[in-house]
Every structure is written in structure tokens, then in C-alpha cells.
Design a protein around this ligand. Structure first.
Ligand code: ADP
Ligand code: MG
Length: 322
């Protein structure tokens, strides 16, 4: 492999991003391009748009036969809503592209749209367009979601500072157990409430896993580090269930599993203490660690030992066989 060939999913995304940045002519709309949960477009003096897209594939993100089309529709819109939440934005409109298996295409599509309808209604999202295809292959569904930043502006991944607290909005790990990953509960209202209540230095949704997603914040914030407290990480009961069968510890599941779709927020420590002491209505918060100036991700074990954590979130280019 030539030295310059990008490796892994994030290596490839970085290659695309650097190439795009090097282009001389930039659209005046693009305030933030590749690298965060959403792109940010400044489209007028009072409007800042957020744009995100996620593709779901049968055999990778779901198993149509087992999971059912309604659940798949819910997940497809839900993961995109989660990315709008990760910028503390308000979702507004969705564009949906489907590649349907030829056999039973129309009935399947109707069930997918039934699955999306309840979430779209709840979050005030209009379905404004899309594209319909059928082929001799498995179901592929791509949702592009457009949202709007609030008057306080979007929250990016790049503002973490040494000494800041790291918060998460719910228990983590084991989302594959009993299909919880399909029942995404996007934390849109929680993100907006937190953004109104405190200055958020960085925000991301936990789609790839805490170790991996927090590492994105650390890198984007200019090479910070973090130390996580093992005893403070809220562990989902599903992580305990899975650990009974696969031999991994519940903590490993909580650190590295993806698709919990909780938020991870980085907040100045005094503000974090205030948020924890006076909880914002409807928002659960757990302080799981703090940002450090020295790069790298560390774990303080319950015995007080410090150990390095190797991020091991999911990489599509290194896990190409489902
Ligand atoms: P998330 O997990 O929040 O959906 P991803 O890890 O999928 O984010 O993507 C990280 C960033 O890279 C995002 O800004 C996304 O828009 C961008 N990105 C991912 N794949 C591509 C691609 N093929 N071309 C351009 N940008 C991409
Ligand atoms: Mg995201």
C-alpha cells in the first residue's frame, strides 16, 4: 500500500476533508464542512442551517427480516436526529433515499415510512423529498436531515479545554442486546435544554462508543486528553446482560460499544457542578471524567490506578464483512 493511501474509515474521511479544504474556491455558505456531527451553513443574516446524513444497510446496521421495516425506518430517522441533537440544533426537514429490494418493494417502503412517521411528527420534521430505487440487492436507506441552530449557535466538537468536565446523558453499553440500538431516542430536547442552561464547550452523540466519540472531541479540540473515572461511568443493564454471555466486562461494553445515542458534553467544571446540583428538567446527567492538557485517553480504575484506553469504536473500512 503506498504510504499516502488513507487507512480505515477515519483516515479516509480525513483524506476527503483535507482535499476539500485545499480547494481554493469555497461557497460563502459553508461555515463548517467535514468533521463534525453536522455541517454548518450560514445562509443569511439570521439563519444557520445544520446538515447531516447517515446511510443504513441491511446486514450491517440492521437485519430487515429479524428487525422489521418499521424499526428500520425509526432508526434511520433517529440516528440523523441524534446528529442534529449533537450540535444542539432544532431538526426541520428530511430528504430520504431508498434502494429497495425488487421483491415486495412497495409494501416494504410503506412500512419504512410508517416507522419514520411517528418520530417525524414528534420532532416537527417535514419529509421534503428523496429518491426511490429498486434493485436486486438488500435494503439501503439514506436520510439527510436539515436543522437550524438556535440563537446561541451550534455546539461543535472542538471547544474542549483542560480541566473541563465530561458529562453523558445516560447509561451506556450493550445497545445490541434485545435490539435497543433500533429504538433510538434522539436527545434533541436534552441538548437544547443543556445549551440554554450552560456554556457547552463541546458536544457529540455517542454513535461509535464513548472511547471513540470522546476521542473525536479530543482531536478536534487541538490534541487534548481525558481521564475517565471507571466508577462514575453509568453502565446500562444491557451491558451487564451482554457481559454474561460474551465475557467482556460491563465497563468494556460501556466504554466501547456504539449506538447508545446518548450525548457526551464537555462543560466548564463549575458549570457542570451547577448542572449536576440543580438538574435541568428531563435531562439525566453523569460526570464521567475530565479533559486534560496531556493528550491521550486514560481510565482511573475503581482501585485508583491509571490505565490507557485504546479507542475501539466501529470502523466500517476495517470491519467490512458483517
Ligand atoms: P457521525 O458518526 O456523527 O454520523 P461520521 O463519523 O459518520 O459522523 O462522519 C464524521 C464526519 O465526516 C462528518 O462530518 C461527516 O459528514 C463526514 N463524512 C463521512 N463520510 C464522508 C464522505 N464519504 N464524504 C464526505 N464527508 C464525509
Ligand atoms: Mg454524530
Amino acid at each position: 500500500m503506498p504510504e499516502s493511501e488513507p487507512t480505515g474509515e477515519f483516515g479516509l474521511i480525513d483524506w476527503i476533508r483535507r482535499r476539500e479544504r485545499a480547494r481554493p474556491a469555497k461557497s460563502p455558505w459553508t461555515k463548517l464542512g467535514i468533521g463534525d456531527d453536522c455541517a454548518i451553513l450560514d445562509v443569511g443574516p439570521r439563519s444557520t442551517l445544520l446538515v447531516t446524513t447517515d446511510m443504513l444497510m441491511d446486514g450491517r446496521h440492521f437485519r430487515l427480516e429479524k428487525d422489521g421495516a418499521e424499526s428500520v425506518g425509526h432508526k434511520a430517522l433517529g440516528v440523523n436526529l441524534s446528529d442534529i441533537a449533537a450540535m444542539a440544533g432544532v431538526p426541520r426537514a428530511a430528504v430520504i433515499a431508498v434502494a429497495l429490494p425488487c421483491s415486495g418493494a412497495s409494501g416494504l417502503a410503506r412500512r419504512l415510512y410508517d416507522g419514520m412517521a411517528a418520530l417525524a411528527e414528534r420532532f416537527g420534521v417535514d419529509l421534503i423529498g428523496g429518491d426511490t430505487n429498486a434493485w436486486d440487492g438488500p435494503l439501503v436507506l439514506t436520510v439527510t436531515l436539515i436543522g437550524e441552530a438556535t440563537a446561541r449557535g451550534p455546539v461543535c466538537r472542538n471547544g474542549a479545554r483542560p480541566g473541563d468536565s465530561i458529562l453523558v446523558t445516560g447509561p451506556l453499553g450493550g445497545s445490541l442486546h434485545a435490539g435497543r440500538h433500533l429504538r433510538v431516542e434522539p436527545r434533541v430536547a436534552e441538548a437544547l435544554a443543556l445549551h440554554a442552561a450552560a456554556p457547552l464547550h463541546a458536544l457529540i452523540d455517542l454513535s461509535d462508543g464513548l472511547s471513540s466519540d470522546l476521542s473525536h472531541i479530543l482531536v478536534e479540540s487541538g490534541g487534548m486528553g481525558a481521564i475517565l473515572d471507571a466508577s462514575a461511568i453509568p453502565i446500562h443493564p444491557d451491558a451487564r446482560e451482554m457481559s454474561r454471555v460474551d465475557g467482556k466486562t460491563p465497563l468494556e461494553h460501556a466504554l466501547h460499544d456504539g449506538e447508545d445515542f446518548e450525548l457526551c458534553a464537555v462543560v466548564p467544571t463549575a458549570e457542570a457542578a451547577r448542572l449536576l446540583a440543580e438538574p435541568t428538567k428531563g435531562v439525566s446527567l453523569f460526570r464521567v471524567g475530565e479533559i486534560t492538557e496531556a493528550p491521550g485517553l486514560l481510565l482511573r480504575t475503581s482501585a485508583g490506578e491509571i490505565q490507557p484506553i485504546a479507542p475501539r469504536g466501529f470502523d466500517h473500512l476495517q470491519n467490512s464483512v458483517p
